[in-house]
Design a protein around this ligand. Structure first.
Ligand SMILES: [Zn+2]
Length: 274
């Protein structure tokens, strides 16, 4: 795995013969001519996309020693139905989703850091790490990553607290989630979010895992926590409903390709062994 994004200094025509996994991004969507098939190692030429020289190109990692490249288009080539959300890559498994997520996030970084946020001069990419630097005032920027917490709250009856947010359809529930604020630990964010969203107190937080979530640049982290008191009271405009569910009688929840789905299944499996 290449940790840092290495910029390719070669011109695009020279890059045409390069073989690798190509993650082609335009305006937040990825090129996938067959939505059921992950990218296969091939040359840029074999990909069959027209280039006009305005595209950005860089290496964003490796899968089994085969390089993975990001190719960024300003204007999305036709046809529209060949372009998909990074969500489509969840079904292809971790290496492909991880590189699709990185491709989208790096593309967004390149697109939104052309000018210095401090003095307005042009930014330049540095070649030893993925950063944009202003040569005039020295301001340096890195790709933005927004940490989020997911919290699976379990009570003494071994019931799981699930909520439905205003943007989810009726009958679909998930564990609670929220963004980490400035100068907050992940644990403090989890305690605050649960109190704000459903009015209950939690403790005994256990870290479960994390997942990059490129919508547009989140890093999900997940905890299991014990309910410690308080009545369920949903935050208006955020949470439509929240209930305690028996782990063997759950409503429709996220799939296991997502971190929230994975945490829920971990609890369900642990409960079925009891
Ligand atoms: Zn500057």
């Amino acid at each position: 795995m290449v940790n840092e994004v290495s910029m390719i200094r070669h011109s695009l025509p020279h890059a045409k013969a390069r073989t690798g996994y190509w993650y082609v991004v335009s305006q937040g969507k990825l090129y996938l001519p067959d939505a059921e098939q992950p990218p296969q190692p091939q040359s840029l030429q074999q990909l069959g996309l027209e280039l006009d020289g305005s595209e950005m190109l860089c290496q964003i990692g490796e899968i089994d020693q085969t390089p993975c490249y990001l190719l960024q288009y300003q204007d999305r080539p036709e046809p529209e139905h060949h372009w998909h959300s990074a969500r489509q890559f969840l079904v292809f498994g971790e290496p492909h989703f991880e590189h699709a997520a990185r491709a989208c996030q790096v593309a967004l970084f390149l697109q939104t850091h052309k000018f210095c946020g401090q003095c307005g001069s042009s930014m330049h990419l540095v070649n030893w790490e993925l950063a944009a630097l202003c040569h005039k005032c020295g301001h340096r920027c890195y790709p933005r990553i927004n940490p989020c917490v997911l919290i699976a709250v379990v009570n003494s009856k071994n019931q799981l607290l699930l909520a439905r947010s205003a943007r989810h359809k009726s009958g679909f529930f998930s564990i609670l989630a929220g963004f980490v604020e400035s100068a907050e630990t992940l644990e403090q964010a989890a305690v605050r979010e649960v109190a704000e969203e459903v009015g209950v107190r939690i403790g005994n937080l256990q870290y479960v895992g994390s997942q990059p979530w490129p919508f547009p640049h989140s890093l999900m982290t997940a905890f299991i926590a014990d309910y410690q008191g308080g009545e369920l009271c949903c935050q208006p405009d955020e949470i439509e409903e929240a209930h305690w569910f028996d782990l063997d009688k759950l409503p429709e929840v996220p799939g296991e390709a997502t971190l929230s789905g994975r945490v829920i299944q971990q609890l369900v499996k642990a409960n079925s062994r009891k």
